[in-house]
Design a protein around this ligand. Structure first.
Ligand code: NAI
Length: 428
């Protein structure tokens, strides 16, 4: 074993956790038939990523572990760092270095260490970057421009809504210098991973405080892909759900789905549990007077990408006492004596308190990442800097493979039907 470990470069929390990590990887593998079986088997034979270095800045979970094993089976040399200081599962990281994946990540790293890990991956001169939140690709632009100018980086992928928004803003400003595939925007990604995965994230909120949703008022900020899934599941658990929104159409959808809709300032005093997933900043205004309108004992959880939806920093500085009452749950006591319970320091509660999305949904997101990596290598000469939408054939292929893995058959258009829906001549 030791001689093998020397072939990988890594910094992780504890190598002795590898056995537990192997168990976790297996649990995910058997629930990821598309990524960890169909694509992996083909990649093992065809080696479409031979000679390619892939760097991933991703939540290091058992599902991500299976993505990188598939990329490696395809011939890639893989470097991995975490995309959130609190989401790395140290046992998975330990198991991956045994599989010759270069991992730089540990749970609870500081901001400085977080960027050190990103730099270690970029120092390996990767050809493909797979990001979750944009931090690695933005760092490549700022600190490793030679990787872009020399054409070493042939293309990049972004996994989450917040990251895609950052890249669209970069493109608009003319500063995005790499071909960027917004995997988040593929149908096989956001309609399943975001809605079902984050939707089920309310379970992580229960896990944090072990409370009953039934009979509670749950305020959900946002009614997008993630948050609409969360609202549905909170209601399914018996909660009364209030939705807050800034988009009139989304607000209407929430209203017609039967939720109460109102501005956040009106909703706050009614919340027993408040959950955010908007990708926005300061969804709760960072103001002590507003904090004092909370119900005593309210639970605050964020499932959006960054820890600024709930004004975490301002809450900590307003609290006269902060006490960890169980792992990743803090009790903040305000000067008035009121107590609030903050999950996961305001970071992605589903990933920090639980294990992130179920493997079944990540199977689709990571099948997309695998096939888009292959596509980038095959089409490397044609790729130009800027956002490149995920080819529909790849999205459809992942959907069909997933259906096939579940034994579900569907209809296919006849030529007559195809011509009809793509034509204009036939009418009344
Ligand atoms: P989305 O764009 O589909 O939905 C966001 C919604 O929030 C929109 O309807 C928008 O109008 C609304 N919104 C924006 N600002 C608001 C405000 N101040 N108050 C109330 N509503 C507001 O985005 P999606 O895909 O649902 O992603 C949301 C966040 O969750 C992003 O940060 C994304 O990166 C993250 N995410 C987290 C995951 C997890 O595992 N926890 C998984 C996938 C995405």
């Amino acid at each position: 074993m030791k001689w093998e470990l020397k072939m990988v470069d890594y910094k992780i929390a504890d190598e002795s956790l590898a056995e537990k990590g192997r168990e976790a990887l297996y649990i995910a593998e058997i629930k990821m038939p598309v990524t960890a079986k169909v694509i992996r088997e083909r990649f093992s034979k065809e080696k479409p990523l031979k000679g390619i270095k892939v760097a991933g800045c991703l939540h290091i979970t058992k599902e991500t572990g299976n993505l990188v094993r598939t990329l490696k089976a395809g011939g890639a040399e893989v470097y991995l760092c975490g995309s959130n200081p609190l989401s790395t599962q140290d046992d998975v990281a330990a198991a991956l270095i045994e599989e010759q994946i270069n991992v730089f990540a540990w749970h609870g790293n500081t901001t400085e260490e977080f960027y050190w890990c990103i730099r270690q991956c970029l120092k390996a001169k990767p050809n493909i970057l797979i990001d979750d939140g944009a931090d690695m690709i933005v760092t490549a632009h700022k600190e490793f421009p030679e990787l872009i100018e020399s054409g070493t980086i042939i293309g990049c992928q972004e996994e989450t809504t917040t990251g895609v928004k950052r890249f669209r803003a970069m493109e608009k400003k003319g500063v995005l210098k790499v071909p960027l595939f917004p995997v988040n925007d593929a149908r096989c990604k956001n309609q399943f991973d975001n809605e079902l995965g984050t939707g089920q994230g309310v379970i992580a909120a229960i896990y944090g405080m072990h409370i009953l949703f039934a009979g509670k008022t749950v305020v959900i900020a946002g009614y997008g892909h993630c948050s609409s899934g969360m609202a549905l599941r909170a209601r399914g658990l018996g909660a009364h759900v209030i939705v807050t929104e800034v988009d009139p159409i989304k607000a209407l959808q929430a209203k017609f789905a039967g939720y109460e809709v109102m501005p956040i300032l009106k909703a706050l005093s009614r919340a027993d549990i408040l959950l955010t997933a908007t990708g926005c900043k300061h969804v709760i205004p960072p103001n002590p007077e507003i904090f004092e309108t909370f119900k005593d004992g309210v639970i605050l959880g964020n499932l959006g990408h960054f820890d600024i939806e709930i004004p975490t920093k301002e809450l900590y500085s307003y609290a006269k006492e902060v006490r960890t009452i169980r792992k990743d749950v803090e009790e903040l006591t305000f000067p008035s004596g009121k107590k609030v319970y903050l999950l996961a320091q305001g970071r992605l509660a589903n990933l920090v308190l639980s294990e992130g999305h179920p493997s079944e949904v990540m199977d689709m997101s990571f099948a997309l990442q695998s096939l888009v990596s292959e596509y980038m290598v095959k089409n490397r000469e044609k790729l130009k800097p800027g956002i490149i939408e995920i080819p529909k054939e790849i999205d459809d292929r992942v959907g069909l493979l997933k259906l096939e893995s579940m034994g579900v058959e569907i209809d296919h258009l006849t030529e007559e039907q195809y011509n009809y829906i793509h034509g204009y001549e036939e009418g009344t």
